[in-house]
Design a protein around this ligand. Structure first.
Ligand SMILES: NC(=O)c1ccc[n+]([C@@H]2O[C@H](COP(=O)([O-])OP(=O)(O)OC[C@H]3O[C@@H](n4cnc5c(N)ncnc54)[C@H](O)[C@@H]3O)[C@@H](O)[C@H]2O)c1
Length: 250
């Protein structure tokens, strides 16, 4: 796989899965835009990626931020070949427990963020005749899990939007796919484990979610994101690729 002379945007690239994907795209020669609302993290990952990678501080739920981000990428690289809509987060609780503001904030990032970034990148992706979008959904979109109602609903929307956009933009030469990771040992879980009353019990529970008896690594999801973004997956569109160590096969 080779991304030389291709511009790749990764949102939520300051940490975890997005960071691993960004670094892999850079290794494969991409002109890389590292987008995150955490400015320091975006700057650190862009520096690590090297080769003129661009750090962009943007909140994907803000239309102004997204439009400024797209303008900065076009200014720096002149084109957009790949958009990875990866920024997102989780929230505990069932529908009786989750506050309305928390619901709206999560949907604004996990769902509206995908809408906004796609909306403003698609005109540029169409110009290449070979644009690609890779969204980060979750295995929970297909199987459901307890105590994560807003998150599961948001990822269901991401998987559905992936299929809708694949159909809407196929004639512009744009392929739209998603990865659906299982439980991945990202900084999100590191923090949750370290703050748990019984860290070992939580670690055992997280590892026990998969028949492989472990969490995945961000790099294992990054490989799939890169493949879906590469010309090697040229007949793949509207697909949601589950990578969960067998969890949803149980
Ligand atoms: N870790 C998992 O087990 C897992 C499983 C399935 C899906 N996912 C999804 O993978 C994606 C990445 O998760 P991760 O585990 O790497 O998380 P992470 O917390 O390690 O990284 C997420 C990054 O996104 C950034 N971000 C959050 N909101 C943003 C916003 N509004 N605008 C711009 N940047 C924003 C954060 O600053 C952070 O750098 C998310 O969409 C998540 O829902 C994660």
């Amino acid at each position: 796989m080779n991304f030389t002379d291709q511009t790749v945007i990764v949102t939520g690239a300051g940490s975890g899965i997005g960071r691993a994907a960004a670094l892999r795209f850079a290794e494969l020669g991409a002109h890389l835009a590292v987008v995150d609302r955490n400015t320091a993290a975006a700057t650190e990952v862009a520096a690590q990626a090297g080769s003129g990678a661009l750090a962009v501080s943007a909140d994907v739920s803000s239309s102004d931020d997204v439009q400024a981000m797209v303008a900065a990428v076009i200014d720096a690289f002149g084109r957009i070949d790949v958009l990875c809509n990866n920024a997102g987060y989780g929230l505990p609780g069932n529908v009786t427990e989750i506050g309305e503001e928390d619901w709206d904030s999560l949907m604004a990032v996990n769902v509206k963020g995908v809408f906004l970034c796609s909306k403003h990148c698609i005109p540029h992706l169409a110009q290449t005749g070979d644009g690609r979008i890779v969204n980060t959904s979750s295995y929970t979109a297909a199987v459901g899990i307890a105590n994560r109602a807003a998150y599961v609903a948001s990822k269901g929307a991401v998987s559905a939007l992936t299929r809708a956009m694949a159909l809407d933009h196929v004639d512009q030469g744009i392929r739209v796919n998603a990865v659906a990771p299982g439980t991945i040992n990202s900084p999100y879980f590191d923090k949750m484990i370290s703050e748990a009353p019984d860290p070992q019990a939580l670690l055992d529970e997280l590892n026990g979610r998969a028949p492989m008896h472990r969490m995945g690594r961000p790099e294992e999801i990054a490989e799939a994101i890169v493949w879906l973004a590469a010309r090697e997956s040229s007949f793949t569109t509207g697909s949601v690729l589950t990578i969960d160590g067998g969890t949803s096969a149980w």
